[in-house]
Design a protein around this ligand. Structure first.
Ligand SMILES: NC(=O)c1ccc[n+]([C@@H]2O[C@H](COP(=O)([O-])OP(=O)(O)OC[C@H]3O[C@@H](n4cnc5c(N)ncnc54)[C@H](O)[C@@H]3O)[C@@H](O)[C@H]2O)c1
Length: 251
């Protein structure tokens, strides 16, 4: 899975999965341009370039223009940044709906949309969306889930309409991954990760590096015939319901 000399943009580069993505793409020979909300989040990362912007507020058309002017059009775009707080329907606020749809869906679509013509002009490329199992079935976080499902629909739109420009688009759907995204939950309830694990057939959560490897594969020439898919990287969560079997059969 060599990507020597390829320019790869990774959003949310300073986060748990973002860091694993930066490592995996750099090891494959790519020149990684990290993007995040603050420079501090990426301070200790070894990057070929870094861009600081807020998906929740900045002018993303201007951001895309700035990225292409500074680094050239990307060969690879990994839309990894994401955010959620509203846990269930009855606790999700109107502000959370706006923020979660805004960052996870609207901003990601707008950034991609602004970069697509540049990628097409450059001769094609690969886009990978980091969606979630929440885009496939409901596991809580209603607004976030709606955004991730929307992202998968947009991914298919890009796959179908931009294929003629040599652009492939795929999504990965991670199950639960112990990253800083879980810190606020663990602070409230230290047992939450252990209870989550019982629903995973493999008996463990997915590691950030495992998500990164799947993204790397979809972005690489090894996946040259694959576009428009949403690949679960979920330790078996969406293949069935092991807690159902154990409960029904009293195992
Ligand atoms: N951790 C999980 O259990 C899990 C499961 C399924 C999917 N995902 C998805 O994986 C991706 C990475 O998540 P993670 O677990 O590494 O989370 P994380 O919180 O560790 O990292 C998220 C990154 O996105 C950045 N980000 C958030 N809001 C931003 C904004 N407004 N503008 C710019 N950057 C912003 C953060 O600064 C951070 O670096 C997300 O899209 C998330 O939805 C995570």
């Amino acid at each position: 899975m060599r990507l020597d000399g390829k320019r790869a943009i990774v959003t949310g580069a300073g986060g748990g999965i973002g860091r694993a993505l930066v490592t995996a793409f750099a090891q494959a020979g790519a020149r990684v341009i990290g993007c995040d909300r603050t420079a501090t989040a990426m301070a200790d990362l070894d990057l070929a370039g870094r861009e600081v912007f807020d998906l929740g507020g900045d002018d993303l058309v201007a951001v895309a223009r700035r990225i292409c002017a500074a680094h050239g059009a990307p060969d690879i775009l990994v839309n990894n940044a994401g955010y959620s707080r509203g846990e269930t329907l009855d606790t999700t606020t109107d502000a959370q709906i706006a923020e979660e749809i805004g960052i996870n869906l609207t901003a990601t679509v707008r950034l991609t949309h602004a970069l697509l013509p540049e990628m097409a002009t450059r001769g094609g490329g690969a886009i990978v969306f980091v969606s979630s199992v929440n885009g496939l079935a409901h596991f809580g976080n209603p607004a976030y889930s709606a955004a991730k499902a929307g992202l998968q629909a947009y991914c298919r739109a890009v796959a179908v309409e931009a294929a003629r420009h040599g652009i492939r688009a795929n999504a990965v759907c991670p199950g639960s991954v112990r990253t800083p995204a879980w810190d606020h939950r663990i602070a409230q309830d230290p047992g939450v990760v252990a209870r989550t694990t019982q629903f995973y057939p493999m008996g463990r959560l997915v590691e950030p590096a495992e998500v990164a490897q799947a993204v790397l594969f979809l972005a690489s020439p090894l996946a040259s015939g694959i576009t428009g898919v949403a690949l679960p990287v979920d330790a078996g969560l969406t293949a069935g319901n092991i807690a159902f079997i154990d409960t029904v059969l009293g195992r």
